[in-house]
Ligand binder design. Structure first.
Ligand code: BTN
Length: 239
């Protein structure tokens, strides 16, 4: 089923609004805003959301186990990366779901988009899932954080309506073909083959990122063997 779109000029936070809609029973709903005044990123970070960006939260009620939810986050990152590439930007994915532009040969990159997923449910069943996607689209890079960039900066403005429509289309298609998500993610990632440091609650893991599992966890070859990391903050280290 396609998504219907609820549009706002300015809201505090589309994920919060989407959560309210989800609690009220909504599904296949995209809550979209031109600007967020209280945007949030992963790990409670602020997410700068000036007018002209794409700030959207997708409400779904998938018939999957909560352990499968990361797949939807990967699907969102793949969708955002694809539409950015269609707009002429050399976007790639940094594990797990940062959309970045590689800059120069020293392994640096600038962030273009991110995904923040929230869910509600029991251990065996998801009640609802809110997948928040933020893309710095028609935004001046100088109003964004230092390490960020925008589609405007990299390739020029997009037709925002069309861009959002394509984003939702891609996500809608991928959620119907879940087997395609991880392979599509692999094609677009910068992380595999890199030396990485992943910060996670259980401690940090340093080594070469050698694989990603069927549920999107990162496999890191460390000095003491292989570790599979399902969540954390990943930094690419210089070779
Ligand atoms: C990250 O990379 O830290 C995730 C960023 C997620 C941003 C999106 S924009 C739409 C939704 N509303 C928010 O406040 N956050 C997500």
């Amino acid at each position: 089923a396609p998504f219907s779109v609820e549009y706002h000029d300015s809201v505090a936070n589309t994920n919060e609004l989407a959560r309210e809609r989800a609690v009220d029973g909504a599904t296949n709903l995209a809550v979209l805003a031109d600007e967020q005044t209280g945007g949030r990123g992963r790990l409670e970070r602020e997410w700068s959301s000036p007018p002209g960006g794409v700030w959207v939260s997708l409400v779904t009620r998938p018939a999957i186990a909560p352990s499968q939810a990361p797949l939807y986050t990967l699907a969102a990152a793949v969708s955002a990366t694809r539409v950015a590439r269609e707009a002429g930007v050399d976007a790639r994915i940094k594990w797990p779901n940062d959309v970045v532009i590689p800059e120069g040969e020293d392994g640096d990159y600038r962030k273009l988009a991110g995904v923040l997923t929230e869910m509600e449910g029991e251990t065996d069943r998801i009640e609802w899932l809110v997948v928040g996607i933020g893309i710095n689209a028609n935004v001046d890079a100088d109003v964004l954080p230092e390490e960020a960039t925008s589609v405007r900066e990299e390739a020029g403005d997009v037709d925002r309506r069309r861009f959002v429509q394509r984003l939702i289309e891609e996500f809608d298609r991928l959620r119907g073909t879940v087997d395609e998500i991880v392979p599509a993610w692999r094609e677009l990632t910068l992380t595999l083959g890199q030396r990485v440091r992943v910060d996670r609650p259980a401690g940090e893991v340093v080594g070469e990122a050698v694989n990603v599992t069927e549920s999107g966890a990162l496999v890191v070859e460390t000095e003491d063997g292989r570790e599979t990391v399902s969540a954390g903050d990943c930094e690419h280290l210089r070779p």
